[in-house]
Structures are given as C-alpha cells and as structure tokens.
Design a protein around this ligand. Structure first.
Ligand SMILES: *Cc1c(COP(=O)(O)O)cnc(C)c1O
Length: 393
C-alpha cells in the first residue's frame, strides 16, 4: 500500500502534479527525476532484513512515486497503479464477494460493462444497470445485498452526468461504497473524493498520461480499510504496471493541469462553433448551456474538457467526416495531446446492440472528438473542410 506523503497534501494541484510523491534521489547523483527502477528484486542486507522492498510485484520505487502522486492529485490518501484501466476496475470489483449486488451506470465504458456481465457474473456477483442521471433510479435499485455503486461521469460518448454529491450521500447512508470512474474529467476538472466518493478509478491511458504511449490504470481511496484490501488484491492478482510505464505516466502527469486547461479551452470553442454549424444537427458537450445537465456540470466540474460528440444525421455524413479529417486521426482511445475522431457505433460501441444504442441516442450519425492541444483554429479548419466534403446540409 502506498500512502501519500503529508507534505504533498499541503500544496495545490499544479504543484502536486509536478512534485507529489517524488523527491530528488540522494544517491548517487541527486537526480531530479525519479529513476526507472528496472528490477524484479532487491538485495537484502541480511536474513530477515530489507528496506521495504522484497519483490517488484509487491513494490517498486518508481511505482510507489506514481501511486503517491496520483493519490495526492485526487486528494486521496492511498494509491494503487495497475497495468490498465480495466485491471484497476477489476481490482475494485474484487473487493466484493459472491452474492453481493452492484448498481452501475447504464452508459459506462464498454469494457466495464463487459467485465461485469461476461466475467464477474459467473462468480456470483449481481449487477443492475440504471440511468444514474436520476439518483432516484439508484435508490430504487438498492437492495439489502447492494455493496457498491459504480458511476462514470461524464459518460462516453453521450456526455451524461451523475450528481456525485447526491450519489455519495445516498451511499454513505446505506454503507455502500461509491466508485467514480474519473477518466474523462481527471482531478483537474472534477474532484469526486471532495464530493464524497470513497474510491476513484482511472484509465491513466487517457488524459492522465496524455501522450498515447502507455496503457495503465489506477485506484485511489481515502479508506484505510479498502486500501488494505486493495493492496492485498494488487499483490495477489499481480496486474501491476512495469517501471518504465510508471515513469512515462509520472512524466505525463507533470503537464496534466496545463494540458487540461488547453483541452478545455479548445473544447469550449469547438463545441460552440459546432453548435452554430448548419451541418451539425446536435452537439453533446456539458459546457453548452443547452446541455440538459449544464447546471450540474457547472456545479461539480471546474471545466468541461475536450470530449465532444456531434450528431451529423446519417452514417454517410459520419463516415465522410471521420474519413475526411487530416489533423484529427481516426482512432479509438482519447485524452492524448493529439486530436482524435471516432465513430462510436462502429468502433467503441459496436458490441452494444443497435436497439440499445439508439435508445441512448448513440446513432450511426454520431461522431466523437477528442480535442487535442493543437491550435484551435487549425482544428476548426480541419473539421470545416471535412464537413464541407459531406455535400449539401
Ligand atoms: C479507456 C477507459 C477505460 C479502460 O481503460 P484501459 O486503460 O483501456 O484498460 C475505463 N473507463 C473509461 C472511462 C475509459 O475511457
């Protein structure tokens, strides 16, 4: 278990991003950067003695630094790094036992839905998927066996929000653990722990690392009891990241606050531009005043980020735009410095039955943008030329 250093909690977010969990090494040269401890084991000075490090599945100094840093960013007291976002979610779900019930948002990441229904149901866990935009639906789904509520906000690609504070109040009253997947917003734009959540999970693959060169995940918590169990599960199951990936992620995080500021700045401008564009039928972005949960977004987020979905009205137009951009690369994933464009119906959400997709508004004409940190005007010009190629509005 990696605990946050108390001095790291004294500082503000941008300072934590650069320094938390890391100290210049004393030996041999005082390196400013945390070294990559590329080792599987550690020499023990004598039988029964060691420096806290015995074997690298259990602990590694580069990973320790990343875990402390991530926990400090989220305002948590304990951090755990994993080999992927899904490994992090899997570890959280392994806190449960056969017979336990989980209430999960119905618009969560596809892989989260998949591990719940296709893997963990076989082990006797029971899942209910509800529309968590209305906390009344969560309350109505609670049973005596409910042990966890798992939400993602904003969701992908429909940009639906869950009121984290209201969910946390409901969970606390029933002794249920609230888990928030904070991958889309990051601790820069949304602070689930300050709003009352006990556990935060991340796919660090996305904004946290931010450079599209590492797959990773993390779990952060304020609960000593859950941290004890999570540390046990992390070591027992062993889905840990290697030291080089931890180091790359630490390096990526140093610029997280400045990157998020630019994603947010461009995201707002591009969403507004798209909302006024005759060839765009609808824009899904929590920062637009006509987003049905804009007021909640203003209350629980300090910015709206760079994820935008556009309804273009038909598969043909979606295809023309997805194939026609030059700066926006057609790719899965999100949150990197470079802009990406995706077609959820045929890419990330292809495994969701068409009827279910349509019910949630995820039509064949929907495209999703991950707005990078390039020049905003260049990005708009790229989208404009791709939209013009779709023909008459
Ligand atoms: C990508 C993603 C995940 C899964 O993370 P991996 O690193 O791909 O395993 C989980 N939740 C959200 C919101 C994601 O975008």
């Amino acid at each position: 278990m990696t605990r946050v250093l108390p001095e790291d909690l004294d500082t503000r977010l941008a300072t934590r991003a650069v320094h938390a969990g890391q100290r210049p090494e004393e030996d041999p040269a005082g390196a400013i950067m945390t070294p990559i401890y590329q080792t599987s084991t550690y020499q023990q000075p004598a039988l029964g003695e060691h420096k806290g490090f015995e074997y690298a599945r259990t602990r590694n100094p580069t990973r320790d630094a990343l875990e402390r840093n991530l926990a400090a960013l989220e305002g948590a007291t304990h951090g755990f790094a994993f080999a992927s976002g899904m490994a992090a979610t899997d570890a959280v779900l392994r806190l449960l036992s056969s017979g336990d019930h989980v209430i999960c948002g119905d618009n969560v990441y596809g892989g989260t839905h998949r591990i719940m229904t296709m893997v963990l149901e076989r082990f006797g866990l029971d899942f209910s998927f509800v529309d968590t935009r209305d906390i009344g639906n969560v309350e109505a789904a609670l049973t005596e066996r409910t042990k966890m509520v798992f939400v993602e906000t904003p969701t992908n690609p429909m940009m639906r929000l869950t009121d984290i504070r209201a969910a946390a109040e409901l969970c606390r009253a029933r002794d249920v653990v609230l888990v928030v997947d904070n991958t889309f917003a990051t601790p820069v734009l949304q602070r689930p722990i300050e709003l009352g959540a006990e556990v935060v999970v991340h796919s660090t693959t996305k904004y946290i690392n931010g450079h599209s060169d590492v797959v990773g995940g993390a779990v952060l918590t304020t609960s000593d009891d859950l941290a004890e169990q999570l540390g046990f599960i992390q070591n027992a199951a062993g889905a840990v990241p290697g030291p080089l990936d931890c180091w790359l992620t630490l390096r990526g995080i140093k610029t997280l606050p400045v990157r998020m500021a630019q994603h947010d700045r461009s995201g707002r401008v591009i969403a507004q531009w798209a909302a006024e564009h005759p060839k765009v039928e609808r824009v899904y972005y929590p920062g637009l005043p006509d987003h049905p949960q804009h007021e909640l977004a203003c209350r629980q987020m300090s910015g709206f980020g760079g994820m935008i979905s556009l309804e273009l009205g038909s598969l043909e137009r979606a295809r023309a735009v997805a194939n026609g951009t030059r700066l926006f690369a057609l790719a899965e994933s999100l949150g990197g410095v470079e802009s990406l464009i995706g077609h959820p119906a045929s890419m990330t959400h292809a495994s969701v039955p068409k009827a279910m997709r349509e019910e949630m508004g995820l039509s064949d004409g929907l495209i999703r943008l991950s707005v990078g940190i390039e020049d905003t005007e260049d990005l708009i010009a790229d989208l404009e030329q791709a939209l013009q190629a779709t023909g008459a509005a």
